[in-house]
Design a protein around this ligand. Structure first.
Ligand code: ADP
Ligand code: MG
Length: 610
């Protein structure tokens, strides 16, 4: 339970609401226990009118206010009918006041829990953004989503309902027991005896229900994934004639879900009967033992009626002990997960000595860089040396898996080299703040990602949202996508994503190039970002890029050689090692990988131009 202690500062933050809420809980319960006392008085009144009634001891309530009230109406010579009417109305009045107080109790405590939930969600989201890319490689999206939705909601069940019911429970039970004890100690102990049993039973039943619901949730999620995959893979299913097999698979999952849901229904069906049984036993004891006493002392009848009302009032709070306890348990488990997650320190972060506004410019140098992916042990970069002067254009070639993307990610400090150093302008990367470093490098990654937003907003993603549409269009023109965007129904305001237009791979790539070009950076890093673009468009883009890149340092990763683009330096990677390095002429003379690729491409270009 100690995990939940980390939430205490939130209670303190919203202490005003919290304390006012506690006050409302206490006040509403105080009003709640007034009604049975008035009822007890009414019964004693009726009893005195019964034929052959002996003048008994006058009714004496525990509460001072009720006693004053009784004295007040006794003082006025009301008729019997009037007395009953006044008492009934006062019971109604008490119920209304209690209702109003309960409204404010929810308005304060539940609202407080919503505020805490909001803060916590922001805290979790902030931590997600702080963590490095390597964290995301090790955790599944579903698991990450659960933290921010499921876990935070469960914690809210503690800060809201559980805390509210707990305070409610303690105060109501307190008031009831004090009132009951003041009337009859022995009867109170007898009557309350079954209630702990009720609390334990409810707790047990609830734990079973929770366990079963969780398993149902899991099956439901399997079923949803199953259905979702069938929809999106429908063409594959049909072309491989696997409809029957898929149906069988779905049926099997569905069957498991049904079996679980039915078994949950069985347990749930036990819930209320077991509660009713315990309450029944308590009521029975009250009537039986109290009835025996009343036979000797008829003035006890009022007390018995009062007790029966208390028992019924206690039903809900006592059964709430059970589910409040299991709610708190679940919240503690969730908070434990959240605490563990919030305590993760990002492996890569700003050093305390960073130069905040240091301009990121000058020669880029990789010196004896080695890098191994920590969780797979793959040696992605080995003994790499590379020096790129300011304004140079470098072509990085190599087969898939040769380490090209890793090289780009090292420069952006998504990962840190195991050995060697990377410097820009003779300063190690660690000397720059991450913000400064990354905002000065325009990176177009290999797997394009666009947000479900308008085309214009996707392009101006990395710059101010107030960037003019003219600048957006200019970037789009440089990326050779402007004309196609104008062809969409809503032009630059067209929505992208599931509910918007479907873009081709090449269109997506060019929009993400436009997003990089609008940034006006010092260094440009293109990672195979023209792979889905046809040769003609590629030529077009390269023409534009040539102009754009004139004053910039550019590292361009590709598996195809751009014709008509003069590179100052070309490197060829294989298994993380540079196998060829030099100018076009150098590498042609070497007659290796580059020369072969060049000749091959020349041939295809010639063929396609026929
Ligand atoms: P390229 O971009 O040239 O295709 P990469 O730099 O993506 O090559 O990959 C280099 C090697 O590192 C490959 O063997 C690849 O499987 C491995 N690799 C790439 N990314 C990761 C990662 N996040 N975790 C573990 N291994 C990776
Ligand atoms: Mg790659």
């Amino acid at each position: 339970m100690k995990e939940l202690a980390s939430l205490n500062h939130y209670f303190w933050k919203y202490r005003k609401r919290f304390f006012i809420g506690i006050f409302f809980v206490i006040a509403s319960n105080y009003f709640a226990v007034l009604a049975p006392q008035i009822t007890g008085y009414v019964i004693s009144l009726v009893q005195q009118r019964l034929p052959g009634a002996k003048p008994g001891v006058p009714y004496n309530a525990h509460d001072g206010i009720v006693n004053s009230f009784i004295r007040l109406i006794n003082g006025n010579e009301f008729s019997f009918g009037w007395l009953i009417a006044i008492c009934s109305l006062s019971i109604l009045f008490i119920a209304i006041v209690r209702g109003i107080l309960m409204f404010f109790m929810r308005q304060t405590i539940i609202v407080m829990s919503r505020h805490i939930e909001f803060d916590q969600k922001n805290q979790v989201f902030d931590q997600y953004q702080r963590l490095n890319t390597s964290f995301y490689k090790q955790n599944s999206t579903g698991d990450l989503m659960n933290r921010i939705s499921e876990d935070v909601s469960r914690v809210r069940m503690y800060t809201g309902p559980a805390v509210m019911y707990l305070i409610n429970l303690v105060t109501l039970i307190g008031f009831c027991i004090v009132n009951m004890l003041s009337k009859d100690v022995n009867l109170t102990l007898l009557v309350l005896a079954p209630l702990p049993l009720l609390a334990i039973t409810i707790y047990k039943v609830n734990s079973i229900i929770n366990k079963k619901s969780e398993s149902i949730q899991q099956h439901l999620s399997n079923l949803t994934t199953n259905a979702q995959e069938s929809y999106s893979g429908i063409r594959v299913i049909k072309s491989f004639v696997q409809e029957k097999a898929m149906l069988g698979f779905f049926n099997h999952n569905s069957e498991q879900y049904k079996a679980n849901a039915i078994s949950l229904a069985k347990v749930e069906a036990l819930y209320f009967p077991s509660m009713a049984l315990m309450i029944g036993i308590s009521t029975l004891i009250t009537i039986f033992v109290g009835g025996m006493q009343a036979m000797e002392d008829p003035s006890k009848v009022g007390t018995i009626v009062e007790f029966v009302i208390y028992i019924n009032m206690l039903t809900f709070p006592v059964s709430a002990i059970g589910w409040t306890a299991s709610m708190i348990q679940r919240a503690a488990a969730s908070q434990k997960r959240l605490n563990e997650f919030l305590q993760i320190e990002p492996a890569i972060q700003d050093h305390p000595t960073v130069l905040e506004d240091e301009p990121v410019s000058g020669t880029i140098e990789f010196k004896h860089v080695n890098f191994t992916y920590p969780h797979t042990g793959i040696k992605a970069i080995q003994g790499l040396n590379l020096s790129v002067s300011r304004g140079e254009k470098v072509l990085i070639l190599g087969k898939t898996g040769s380490g090209k993307s890793t090289l780009a990610q090292l420069l952006l400090r998504f990962y840190e080299p195991d050995q060697g150093t990377i410097t820009i302008g003779s300063k190690p990367l660690q000397l720059y703040s991450l913000k400064q470093l990354r905002s000065n490098i325009s990176y177009v990654q290999q797997d394009v990602f666009l947000f479900s937003d308008t085309v214009a907003n996707n392009i101006r993603f990395g710059v101010s949202e107030h960037t003019t549409i003219e600048r957006v269009q200019e970037a789009a023109k440089s990326a050779s996508i402007h004309e196609e965007i104008m062809g969409f129904e809503n032009g630059y305001e067209t929505l992208i994503g599931e509910r918007g237009v479907t873009l081709s791979g090449g269109q997506k790539q060019r929009i993400s190039i436009a997003r990089a070009l609008i940034k006006a950076p010092e260094i440009v890093l293109f990672d195979d970002c023209l792979s889905a673009v046809d040769a003609k468009t590629e030529k077009h883009i390269i023409g534009h890029l040539y102009e754009y890149l004139k004053a910039k340092t550019a590292l361009i990763v590709t598996h195809r050689i751009f014709a008509g683009f003069k590179f100052d330096q070309i490197i060829v990677l294989e298994d993380g090692i540079i196998i060829e390095q030099g100018t076009h002429e150098d590498l042609m003379n070497l007659n290796g990988y580059y020369a072969e690729l060049y000749k091959l491409q020349l041939q295809t270009d010639r063929e396609s131009s026929f």
